[in-house]
Design a protein. Structure first.
Length: 255
């Protein structure tokens, strides 16, 4: 029977690309996200109703996570969750001196506490079955600092630390835990950031885009599909020796 994977933040961007790649390789996939319309759009585009289901879930809310994961594993034809891709997150920008504690907490809730809640929801079952793949979509912001996203960097560094610690705790239980760390990726979030910078500075799209691509030695944005390929590889049973790693998908920005 195909493995059952849950992908959070699956409605768009990297999450949608990961979902597509898994379904193409015959995984049963549960899409989770906060917006029903985006989940439905992504699920319908896959054209594989027997392999796809979706549930609205706010990863920052422990009760919402418990409810969604219980539904996912109870659904006929899907069963126990063997792969978890923690992809949901937010990346607001602000100088640290203008960042209030409420905004800081919101970033932590979505990017770090969400990983905690979702991993807690699946880990016991993985331990019982002696198999599991936990893949945390971190960022190069887990490996280095960036100005004006201090909360995001702090949260993603936390995700990487959690990944490494949990990898050691589960190393002899058939479970792997890894962090995938994309650089600036061609997603709606990055395109929205470019638009906002244009509006604030009056610079052209080409000029602002050059700031994003300039940190990548390949001189481009990473493609969501490139991140999805790494996730697919880590999901495989043959990748059992790969755990506790921070795999940078950044064109050489981080080595």
């Amino acid at each position: 029977m195909p493995l059952h994977a849950v992908v959070t933040g699956a409605g768009s961007g990297i999450g949608a690309a990961i979902t597509k790649r898994l379904v193409e390789n015959n995984y049963r996939v549960t899409l989770m996200g906060r917006r029903r319309d985006m989940l439905d759009r992504t699920a319908n585009a896959l054209g594989a109703p027997d392999l796809v289901q979706s549930f609205v879930c706010d990863v920052s809310d422990e009760k919402s996570v418990a409810k969604a994961f219980a539904k996912a594993s109870a659904a006929a034809g899907f069963g126990a969750i063997e792969v978890l891709v923690n992809n949901a997150g937010v990346a607001p920008t602000a100088p640290f001196h203008k960042l209030n504690f409420e905004d800081w907490n919101a970033v932590m809730d979505a990017n770090l506490h969400g990983v905690f809640h979702c991993t807690q929801a699946v880990l016991s079952g993985m331990r019982e079955r002696k198999f599991g793949r936990i893949i945390n979509i971190a960022s190069t912001a887990a490996q280095k600092g960036y100005a004006y996203v201090s909360a995001y960097c702090a949260a993603k560094h936390g995700v990487l630390g959690l990944s490494r610690a949990l990898a050691l705790e589960t190393a002899q239980q058939g479970i792997t835990v890894n962090a995938v760390c994309p650089g600036f990726t061609d997603t709606e979030i990055v395109r929205s950031s470019i638009t906002k910078i244009q509006e604030k500075t009056g610079r052209s799209e080409t000029e602002v885009l050059a700031e994003f691509t300039g940190v990548n030695p390949q001189g481009r944005l990473v493609l969501p599909e490139e991140v999805a390929n790494v996730v697919l590889w880590l999901c495989a049973k043959e990748s059992a020796a790969i755990t506790g790693q921070a795999i940078s998908v950044s064109g050489g920005e981080v080595m």
